[in-house]
Structure formats: structure tokens, C-alpha cells
Design a protein around this ligand. Sequence first.
Ligand SMILES: [Zn+2]
Length: 258
Amino acid sequence: MFCRDLAAAEKHGGGLLVRLNERGGIAPATDGGILIETNEWPEAAQPLGFWHERPVAVTVAPGDDGWPSARAWLAELPDAAFPLVSTALQVVAWQRNHRFCGRCGQAAERVISEFAMQCPACGHRNYPRISPCIITLVTHGEDLLLARSPHFAPGRYSTLAGFIEPGEAAEEAVRREIFEEVGVTVGRIEYFRSQSWPFPHALMLGFFAEAVERRIRVDGVEIVDAAWFSPRRLPQLPTPFSISRALIEAHLGALGTR
Ligand SMILES: [Zn+2]
């Protein structure tokens, strides 16, 4: 399993390495996984922590365009690898997007033993950006409200999701997003659990919400189709490692249909 201890990992200078290319592909290791044995990490590598007590770092370098995508890896790797992959992807994306100080424009420098970038001119420090989102399974009795966004694979439906806006509580975001996307008012809301989602840096807060009406009005922009589905006639569902799928499975489990 993955243990976050950047400061201790940094002291080792080598161990395991996750290699990413600039398109987000991850290099396969000789054992078929993603952890490459290396005595010495490249200078630009970012230590992350420990994987089963071995120090692990991530690096981005030109590589083979044919390396599998992170999503493809996540579908194959054991669940325990999710936090490591998610951390690696988010830290790399943040460093790529915060090379210069947002306050004065100077080149920023990596801070040792912390996930932080510091400006040598004005002292401004920035940390990895994490964007909180809500993700909600709306139900009415046994039925599930599932929707399609325009970029989904054909036939796939999922739960509703959206970013929490400045000044907004998570529960307020749940009600607002559901109403904006499908025009449905919800009554009782129940928190489920959360999941880090590294595409590119979301923290998904999962909720169940009970609809007080069945009429749907899709917004036509973020959502192109939405419908009520019976637990016995479901469309193609989201990927098994997603919290969206976990919400759906939890509802089906509570009904005794799984
Ligand atoms: Zn600055």
C-alpha cells in the first residue's frame, strides 16, 4: 500500500519510479506493473512516499507514445494502487502548471520535503491544487437518475457531478448542480464517501439525493440525455474504479439486486 511520507522518501534518492510521458501515459515495468526498480532517481524526479515500505518517486520525461493511459492502468491495477497513481498524476500536473509565481511572475522553485513551489523573489508559496466536486446519485424509490455528458462513450450513463463554487457548501452544490443539469428538485441528501480523482485534480464528495419529482429537463450543454432507470434495466455504467460506480453499486446493494 501507499504511505505518504515525502520527507522520508526524499532521503533515499532511489528505489521505485513511476515514469510518465508528456501525454499522461505510464511506462510499463518489467513485471507488468508500473513500478520501475532504480537505484538512483533522475534529478527531476519528485519523491512521493513509500510503496510497501519502498521509496517511490514520479518523473515526467519523453517516452513511448504507446504507453497505456492512466485510466487504462487504473482499470487493471489493484485498488490499493489508486492512491499512488492519483498522487503521482496530480503532483505532476500541478508542477507543470505552477512553474511561475502567480503573484509576481518569477520562476518558482520546488520546496524540498514538501509538495510546494516557492517564489524566490516575493516568497509566495503554492501547494497542489485540489478542486472539490460533488457527485450525486439521484434516486426516486428504487429508480436511478443517470445522465450522459457529451464526451461519454456511446451508451454510457453516469451520476451527476460538478465543481463546488466559491462560498458554497457541498450540500448546496448538490442541490444546485442537480437542478441546473436535469431540472430536478431533491429532498433528503445523504453523504456517502469521497474519492480523489486525478483528471486532473478533483476531490469527489459522493452523495445520495432523493428526488421529489420525476420530471427531467436536461440542460443540453453539460448533459445531453438523462433518464430514470429501473435497477433491472440499467445502461452501460461508469468504470468500476470510480466513486460514481460505487454510488450505483451501493444503491443496488441496498435494494438486494446485487
Ligand atoms: Zn513571486
